[in-house]
Design a protein around this ligand. Structure first.
Ligand SMILES: [Zn+2]
Length: 265
């Protein structure tokens, strides 16, 4: 209280002078060493956010791939069912043909009794034989179709099994993607909080610069000096630049990529 009273009473000009004075003082007292450390942590946080966001962005595609595989199995099952249906229709047609042949024979056999001449009788017998030959061919065909139906039924079962298996896999993998997404979202929220805290401790112009570099250069805005090179663009730095970065008395920028430089040594 005493201190405040003294300040207030010191000069009526104090309020106008004070902001200018304090701003200057702030610029002078920026602890670049500390600021750089915060920027490094901010960049680590942003990199993790970037990785997690990319992971999150990949989920819809992963789900689409899973659904595509399920769709393929479903199509396989539908095709097998369609093939079975076609064979059953074919089998019915052959059965009907067989039945009509058998009717034809019965009819011809009935007609035989009314035939007067040997020639006509012989011709009718020949016709009957020819229909019998048709029947035998039809029966052979039907046996073949029956075999095909058996095989098609087995394929249907197999395709159905594959579809059910894929459905299970689809469900469980989607479930694990959803769980993963929950974890990613939780971590992203956490990181957003961390980011906010870090940001509040970084000087505004430094933060603006950081954001601008990231906007233009992507993932990295701050680069560690590796040997005598910028750790991100790999260009050789002038010894003076390296010295300035080691001293950490002010902002040091890579002359090639414009990233903020820092030195571990
Ligand atoms: Zn560089």
């Amino acid at each position: 209280m005493l201190h405040m009273h003294e300040v207030r009473g010191s000069s009526p000009l104090a309020p106008t002078i004070k902001p200018r004075g304090s701003a200057k003082k702030m610029a002078e007292t920026i602890d670049y060493k500390e600021q750089i450390q915060k920027l490094i942590r901010l960049q680590e946080t942003d990199s993790e956010i970037y990785e997690l966001q990319s992971e999150k962005d990949s989920f819809p595609e992963k789900i689409a791939v899973l659904d595509g595989m399920l769709e393929k199995k479903k199509n396989g099952m539908n095709e097998a069912e369609e093939k079975l249906k076609q064979l059953q229709v074919k089998n019915n047609d052959k059965d009907n043909e067989l039945k009509s042949c058998e009717d034809k024979i019965l009819k011809h056999e009935g007609e035989l009794a009314q035939i007067k001449t040997n020639k006509e009788y012989k011709a009718m017998l020949e016709q009957i034989e020819s229909v019998k030959a048709d029947i035998s061919l039809l029966e052979e065909g039907i046996i073949g179709i029956m075999d095909e139906i058996e095989a098609a039924k087995a394929r249907c079962e197999e395709e159905k099994k594959l579809f059910e298996e894929e459905k299970k896999k689809n469900n469980s993998e989607k479930e694990s993607i959803r769980n993963e997404e929950k974890q990613v979202d939780a971590r992203l929220n956490e990181l957003k909080g961390i980011r906010g805290e870090l940001k509040s401790g970084i000087a505004e112009d430094l933060l603006t610069r950081y954001e601008k570099i990231r906007e233009n250069r992507g993932k990295y805005a701050i680069a560690r000096i590796e040997g005598d090179c910028c750790g991100v663009c790999n260009m050789t730095l002038r010894p003076q630049v390296i010295n300035e970065a080691r001293l950490q008395k002010g902002l040091v920028i890579c002359e090639t990529c414009s990233r903020i430089l820092y030195s571990d040594v």
